[in-house]
Design a protein around this ligand. Sequence first.
Ligand SMILES: [Zn+2]
Length: 304
Amino acid sequence: MNLKLLNEPKELRIHQHLNSRMELSEKEIQQYRNLEKGYEGEVVFSELLEPLGENGTLLFDLLLEQNQTLFQIDASLLLNNEVYLFEVKNYCGDFYMDGEILRTISGNEVKSPIIQVKRSESLMRRLLSDMGGSAVKLHYYIVFVNPEFTLYQAPPSLKAIFPTQINRFIGKLKSQPAQISTKQEKLAEKLMERHIDNSPYRRLPEYDYGKLGKGVVCLGRGSLETVINHRNQVKCIKCGKTENHDESILRSIDEYMLLFPNELVTTSTILDWCSIFSIKAIRRVLNKYFTVVRSGKPTTYKKD
Ligand SMILES: [Zn+2]
C-alpha cells in the first residue's frame, strides 16, 4: 500500500517557476539544481521500492517533529513489524569518508548524510516510543542511487546502500513473506497524522510580483515567449510546443497561487499574470473551474 505518494516538492516547483520569470543568481541556480537532482534520485528510488508496497506500507517524504525538532524522511517502508527508513542521496562522482564527514575527492565537505541520519534515527526512535510503537524494529539507511557514485574509505559497518547493492537489497526484502497487519496500518496512520505539510525551512530566492516576467511559461523549457495561435492554443515561439488554452490558464493560476499564496485570485490579477489571454477567457475559466469566494468588485475565487 502506497499511503503517501512522492510529490514534486514545493520548494523545487517555486524555483522552477522563478527561473522562468526572473534572473536567478548563481547560488540560487545551484540550489535549484540540487533540489532537482535530489528529487530525481527520490523518484528513481521510489520506483524501485514500489513493488514492496504490495505487502508493506510505503510513505514518501514524511516531515515529522519530535522534541520541537523537525526531521524529514525521504522514504519509509513498514514491513512485517519492522520500519525501514531511507535517506536518498543522488550524489555523482568520487567521494571519500573522513570520519563521519563526506568529502569530494578535491576535499570539499558535503553536508554529512551520516550525521543527519543518526540524528533522524534517534528522533524517530523517540517518536515511535511516544506513539507506543517502541516494539517495532527500526532500520535506517542512506541510499546512494546514482550509478556514477563512488565512496572511498567507507567501512562495511556504514548503514549505506550503494548503487551496486540496491537491487539485491530490495530483492531480499521482496523475498520475505509479508502481510499488512492492523498494527502496521495503525502505525502508518499515526505517522501520516503527524506529518507536517508546510515545511518552514524552505530556502527560496527573494522575489516580488513587480519584478517577475508576465505571460505563460512554455511547458518545454520554461520560456516565456508564448503566444496564442490561430487554433486558439498556446504556442511557444522558441520550441513550437503547443498547449490547450484552458490548461494553460489553469496551470498559470496554479503557479500564481503557489508563488503568492496570500494574494486574492481575481480576473484582473490573473489577466495581468498571464498577459496573453483576453479578460473573457480568464473569467470563463475561473467561473468554470473555481468557486466564487466573494462576488462583487472584484469577485474573488478559490480552488475547490
Ligand atoms: Zn518552449
